[in-house]
Design a protein around this ligand. Structure first.
Ligand code: ADP
Ligand code: MG
Ligand code: MG
Ligand code: MG
Ligand code: MG
Length: 639
């Protein structure tokens, strides 16, 4: 979410009054920053990961695990180190939504050298150890996507009761007490309150329960007439989940637009492959992923905007939450696949065009700006649009989409970047590093071979929904661009000037593939993302350790895709269902939760080699630093 502005949050009424002010100045700020930075060239490939973690309190006597509301205290210590040595620290730590969550990134982004892939896992391990050193003996830092009993009675340590009736409560949740929201910065409670108030009611998240032999219906708290629904009612159920994100710097704005587009169709694929969250509020559900949960958890649209009432107060019907899959491509190649109607204010779009912004970028920004600000600080109301970018960032950073197009921050050495946001957090550093390296390699392959993965946005949307279904990674098929032996796009050595030969753009250019076919290839068709990466790697000089590390990561990805290894979500389901205390009633009890999380800590700390999840003997040659001899050959990315 970028830098958190400090200050005093305005009330919802005041914020609402200033919605058009923020919009107007945000657009001017974007126009100005665009002209300052559009010609920026020659930035090298840099990239970094963000991992979110949950602090868990284990009570051995009671066999209960709860989320530990320790983030603020931990961050005080972690940030002291950064303040003392901002350039030298190996990790950076930031608050997240939950009072039990923290977000860690490497101290500096990585560069364009293949040997940097060796550093990722070691840095993740360092981060975990750094936090662990500050924990009490009964606490663990865990990179799990969702705490399975989040929102179940007394799920926090210390324990708090929700206060749904309290006037001043931010969430008014029946399940999620305000004390579980990060208290150290006003942003989080302010967002919670304002999203609820803008919507005109509490957020509503509905998940189908996984119906087992003895599942009791209606599920506790199910809405009228929907007995098989696990209902959640607070921002914390979504924003209180963890994820794994990646940011890439492109050499210029054009390359950033290309990467933004080409990675978009891969979002649902990576979501299905990293699925890790089948349990909500103590129930097994039909969903394997957090995405729709977060989407609904910050859905600030009014009834009018959601199409439940005729438009009167509001300007538009809006088809998605501000947290969702992107709605339009940004590159010229992408334009013809922009097939979903884009809602935006003509006046805002026209102002962007007058300001010298091209059609595709103008409609992207105008579409982001259909949203009202839901968090405004008094100190930030008046700004200098020539230099400040806070109003632009205000709207940009509360459009939480699968991809984010990030302009360079003011007065920095940072270039145009894109952020890849769909992945779920995995249990171990090994898995998280594998995903990070796989996606970074994909960007290199896409740019080097000028690959084209674009499919219509409507098909990406369809894939996003299928990606979240139970066991989607092995059971579902996904729209993918059609590659055949005649369509040369996928064959690096035979493409003409790196472009698909003319005339291949025909109606049936898309087909339904399994994740296995997408990752490992389909005979006579698409050669597979991992084989493409391997072709790319063959053309590069790679030292032995790096090669070994990368191959282990790619093997994990390949085996998850083929079904030889389970996704984290499938593994969690298996653990719950095989637990001796499980009553075939969909309920993940305190004891099951405790045992599940304990086993996860054994896996994350290497005491248990869980072969159904990780395979045999992973020992990547990951390390803290790379040899000087290799560092010397630091290449400058692809530009
Ligand atoms: P946000 O929360 O807005 O996504 P963060 O500051 O939390 O942003 O994370 C930024 C990520 O970008 C980190 O992984 C960091 O290592 C990486 N990063 C920092 N500088 C650059 C850069 N110049 N190019 C690419 N990535 C960068
Ligand atoms: Mg961040
Ligand atoms: Mg963030
Ligand atoms: Mg985050
Ligand atoms: Mg981020």
């Amino acid at each position: 979410m970028g830098l958190l502005s400090e200050g005093n949050p305005l009330s919802w009424e005041e914020t609402k009054q200033l919605a058009d002010h923020v919009r107007k100045h945000g657009i001017e700020q974007f126009i100005n920053l665009y002209h300052r930075l559009k010609d920026r060239e020659g930035d090298i490939l840099k990239w970094g990961d963000e991992v979110e973690y949950i602090i868990v309190d284990f009570n051995e006597e009671q066999k209960r695990a709860r989320v530990a509301l320790r983030a603020q205290d931990l961050l005080t210590h972690l940030n002291e180190k950064e303040a003392a040595d901002p350039e030298g620290v190996k990790s950076l730590w930031r608050p997240e939504y939950g009072a039990y969550m923290i977000e860690g990134t490497p101290g500096k982004p990585y560069g364009g050298l293949l040997a940097h892939f060796n550093l990722v896992e070691a840095n993740m391990r360092y981060r975990r150890e750094e936090v662990s050193a500050l924990l009490k003996p009964n606490e663990k830092v865990m990179s799990i996507t969702n705490f399975p009993r989040l929102g179940s009675p007394l799920f926090t340590a210390p324990e708090y009761l929700p206060t749904p009736e309290k006037e001043l409560s931010a969430a008014r949740s029946l399940y999620f007490p305000d004390e579980a929201i990060y208290p150290g910065h006003p942003r989080f409670k302010t967002l919670t309150r304002n999203i609820r108030m803008r919507r005109g009611e509490k957020v509503q998240i509905k998940l189908k329960v996984f119906k087992d032999k003895n599942t009791v219906l209606p599920v506790e708290g199910a809405p009228e007439g929907e007995p098989d629904v696990v209902q959640l009612d607070a921002m914390g159920f979504g924003m209180g989940c963890c994820c794994l994100q990646l940011t890439f710097q492109a050499c210029n704005i054009e390359e950033a637009r290309t990467l933004y587009d080409q990675l978009t169709p891969l979002c649902p694929i990576m979501l299905a492959l990293t699925a890790a969250s089948p349990v909500y509020r103590g129930y097994l559900t039909e969903s394997d992923c957090r995405w729709n949960v977060i989407s609904a958890s910050v859905d600030c649209r009014t009834e009018e905007e959601r199409g439940l009432k005729p438009l009167k107060e509001n300007k538009f019907r809006i088809s998605k939450s501000r947290y969702d899959s992107i709605d339009s491509y940004l590159s010229e190649d992408g334009e013809k696949y922009n097939d979903v109607p884009l809602t935006y204010d003509e006046a805002v779009y026209n102002r962007l065009r007058e300001g010298g912004i091209d059609h595709l970028l103008a409609q992207h920004i105008a579409h982001l700006f259909i949203r009202d600000t839901v968090s405004l600080f008094s100190e930030k109301v008046c700004q200098n649009d020539k230099e400040d970018t806070d109003h632009f960032e205000n709207i940009q950073s509360t459009n939480w989409q699968t991809m984010r197009f990030k302009p360079p921050p003011p007065n920095s050495s940072i270039g145009w970047r894109v952020e890849f946001r769909p992945c779920e957090a995995q249990i171990t550093d090994f898995e998280n590093a594998a995903i990070v390296c796989f996606v970074v390699l994909l960007t290199r392959v896409i740019l080097s071979y000028k690959l084209n993965f674009l499919i219509p946005i409507s098909k990406v949307d369809e894939n996003m929904q299928n990606a979240q279904k139970r066991d989607a990674c092995s059971a579902e098929k996904f729209w993918f661009r059609k590659f055949s032996s005649k369509n040369l796009c996928g064959k690096p050595n035979t493409s003409v000037n790196g472009k698909c030969p003319e005339g291949l753009e025909c109606k049936d250019n898309f087909e339904l593939l399994t994740i296995n076919e997408i990752i490992n290839g389909k005979s006579g068709g698409f050669e597979g993302l991992v084989p493409l990466i391997n072709t790319y790697l063959e053309s590069m000089e790679v030292d032995a350790d790096t090669h070994c590390t990368i191959q282990q990561y790619l093997r994990l990805i390949q085996k998850r895709a083929s079904g030889e290894l389970l996704t984290t979500a499938s593994w969690i389901r298996k653990e719950v269902i095989n637990h001796p205390e499980y009553k075939q009633d969909s309920v993940v009890s305190d004891k099951i939760n405790f045992d599940l999380l304990t086993k996860m800590t054994d896996i994350q700390e290497g005491r248990l080699q869980e072969t159904s999840l990780l395979g045999q003997g992973n020992n990547s040659k990951t390390k803290d630093t790379i040899p000087a001899a290799i560092e010397k050959h630091q290449c400058n990315g692809n530009c």
